[in-house]
Design a protein around this ligand. Structure first.
Ligand code: SF4
Ligand code: SF4
Length: 427
């Protein structure tokens, strides 16, 4: 697709009402108009109309957007500011001669195209970790160590996850039937995503267990690819297209496509149709897929009846709502509805549950200071909730919250909601 043409698509015009300013985490932190959604739209319009020449400050204004979708969600005129910023970033990337960006694109291309290799390469950083840290969560997972301080500012001191043994591409069956004593009540495709598919596979294993207990047959299409969100969020639109085409073929069918990761879900549901809206064939396929994509928690909440295990959890859980779940997939209420069905679990939304935690997308890498500020604020809200654990269906949010809870020496667990459901059979 011609990204420049897409940038010029007719869409509702910004009326400069300023409603989006109060929801933009970047603007709220910086209080600079050009770092607000409205300000960025003004800049893009000025560049498109040749009123200004894009320079370094322009580029950093565009790159500072976290893609939290707050502005698009809040705009009373229906302006998709987040989408315009994303498209402009893609245009800038396509025209850039910067060697570092070309290397970044090459690295992403290799990583997205060779996920197994990436999963193995992820073991290397563990060898150079200097500071083992007692994991904040009481399950004693060998999860968290800290990256050495000589690494770039964005990574210094941040925890990285251990790899968990086994992943779906490593000999797992492509079709998983419910246990023999359960009749088949439904069938789904499982989109694994990269993080839950290859790195921390506990939510994926839990989801397979919970779906099976509920009589759901699971298909895990072997040829599924990364959703493409890392490419999209960093502006490498060509790489997103490649993932998109591969997944449209791999996930073709009639049954629901379930995602465990809010960003994967948002990409499949919203970005694919947007990317291919001018392509008569792929556009129809993308729309069809979009209608089938559903967040795991929302799907489980909708089962009638949902069957949980017999063991009460006897815990209080606070919910953080990922931006891409709440404002992208509009599935935020599904998490609470699902968790309320688990025995012995008290559920409450965190204060500011829908505010960005600063961990999604590439925020920690591209905006390390803001990421730290938002992560610290979120960890504080978790601690002030006095809950036993915090739960959220997004790997970026989980890593960010675990990181900042660890920094605060908190022992509050951060887990995916479906892991809690699986525990009702195992505790
Ligand atoms: S993008 Fe929407 S909310 Fe923001 S200033 Fe323009 S019209 Fe108002
Ligand atoms: S997507 Fe989020 S960070 Fe980006 S301009 Fe909109 S509100 Fe601000």
């Amino acid at each position: 697709m011609d990204v420049i043409q897409a940038c010029h698509d007719p869409e509702p015009a910004c009326e400069r009402c300023g409603r989006c300013l109060s929801v933009c985490p970047v603007y709220r932190d910086a209080r600079i108009e050009t770092l607000s959604p409205r300000g960025r739209l003004d800049l893009i319009r000025a560049v498109v109309q040749n009123e200004i020449q894009p320079g370094q400050r322009y580029e950093s204004a565009i790159h500072s957007c976290l893609q939290c979708l707050g502005c698009t969600d809040a705009c009373p005129k229906g302006v998709d500011a987040a989408g315009s910023i994303r498209t402009e970033k893609a245009r800038m990337m396509a025209q850039s001669k910067d060697t570092a960006l070309k290397l970044e694109a090459l690295g992403l291309k290799l990583a997205l195209g060779h996920r197994l290799f990436l999963a193995r390469a992820m073991r290397i950083p563990r060898l150079v970790c200097l500071k083992p840290k007692t994991p904040p969560d009481s399950r004693n997972d060998p999860v968290i160590r800290h990256l050495p301080l000589f690494l770039p500012q964005a990574l210094a001191g941040r925890p990285i996850p251990d790899l968990f043994p086994g992943h779906w591409a490593d000999g797992w069956p492509a079709v998983i039937d419910p246990p023999a004593h359960r009749s088949v009540k439904g069938e789904v495709f499982l989109f694994t995503g990269c993080f839950f598919g290859f790195i921390d596979t506990r939510p994926l294993v839990a989801a397979i267990r919970v779906l099976g207990k509920n009589g759901i047959r699971i298909r895990i299409p072997r040829s599924q690819a990364c959703c493409g969100a890392p490419a999209s969020l960093s502006g490498h639109a060509g790489l997103l297209d490649k993932s998109c085409r591969q997944n449209l073929a791999a996930l073709d069918g009639q049954v629901p496509v379930l995602t465990l990761c809010a960003t994967c879900g948002n990409t499949l549901k919203n970005e694919y149709p947007a990317r291919f809206r001018r392509d008569p064939r792929l556009g129809i396929l993308a729309e069809k897929l979009s209608r089938r994509v559903q967040d795991m928690d929302e799907y489980l909440a909708g089962l009638d009846p949902f069957i949980s295990g017999p063991t009460p959890l006897n815990q209080r859980a606070a919910i953080h709502l990922p931006c891409h779940l709440n404002r992208g997939m509009h599935a935020g209420t599904g998490v609470e509805a699902f968790l309320k069905q688990l025995p012995g679990l008290d559920v409450q939304l965190l204060d500011g549950a829908d505010e960005c935690c600063g961990g999604g997308g590439l925020c920690a890498l591209k905006n390390p200071d803001l990421s730290r500020t938002l992560g610290h604020k979120k960890a504080l809200a978790v601690q002030q909730s006095h809950c036993d654990l915090v739960t959220t269906p997004c790997p970026g949010c989980l890593l960010q919250i675990r990181s900042h809870l660890g920094i605060s020496d908190s022992r509050i667990q951060a887990v995916h909601p479906v892991e809690l459901a699986a525990r009702t059979w195992t505790i």
